[in-house]
Design a protein around this ligand. Sequence first.
Ligand code: PHE
Length: 344
Amino acid sequence: MLDKVKELIVEVSHFNASTKEELETFRIKYLGSKGLLKDLFAEFKNVDADLRKDFGQALNTLKKTAEEKVLEIATSLENSTEEKSIYGDLTRPAEPIELGSRHPISIVKNQIIEVFNRIGFTVSEGPEIEDDWHNFTALNLPEYHPARDMQDTFFIEQAGGKFNSDLLLRTHTSSVQVRYMEKNQPPIRTISPGRVFRNEDISARAHCIFHQVEGLYIDTNVSFADLKQTLLYFTKEMFGKSKIRLRPSYFPFTEPSAEVDIYWGLETEIDYRITKGTGWLEIMGCGMVDPNVLKNCNIDPTKYSGYAFGMGIERIAMLLYQIPDIRMFYENDKRFLEQFKSII
Ligand code: PHE
């Protein structure tokens, strides 16, 4: 009997397991409630009295060895699985996915595009660095035309510190419309969203970089009434407001020209502030494309006529979201940007 226990001690001390299951089988075999040790302890009473001491000690050694073995192997299995898994603990819950948000300028730009898409306008784009022809001359603004001063221009500095008066940062996306007309014959229905640059002092209301959407429609028999109807449709869709007024204005590339105001209302204190107590808000410029512009772009003004309009995206976004300072769009402050998370 004693010899058997001694053999078991040797066996147990040499035991090793490479999986948790193997170890568990071992544990049950020796230490389980129906295990070998339980049986051996039950044998105790049958052992001769003079052998009981040795037998008891041997049994205790066996029990201790088995327990220590289980603990030792369990610890090493635990450590080795951690080392093996390059992915860490795969059962751990995943980190929450942080969703980004669109910039308010993109949100509003996409909304404007969507409204005009629905009535057949396509989107056209062009370069931000322009030449004099596309930004000014073709648009009925020849050299030394005083109206060039309406848009303070950044000219491109060349090597040696010289300014090239033919290369500039576009001051409006009307330049894209010129490029579009040069390549396409009417019917033309296109809007040109994009970034524009003006050499202006930065304040809460103005910035040297901003965004525009300009529209162009050219076909036979296009009239001012068509322009007005399109603008009315736009203001209804975009702002839910259905009262507009056109004030006579001047742009070199359109004749007649007008400034578009929408009736915003005077319901809240903010309405009073942003409309200066009048209820009216200016949102864009527009007009019938000047025949000279059509001629410059190889479109026959005796056959075709058209309208154009242009608006600043920042201004529209400031109205829609009641943003008090234009500089907030460019500061990349997460507290500002995260407010637009829910809008796509
Ligand atoms: N290009 C003008 C601007 O940037 C806007 C405009 C476009 C006005 C088309 C009339 C017609 O100020």
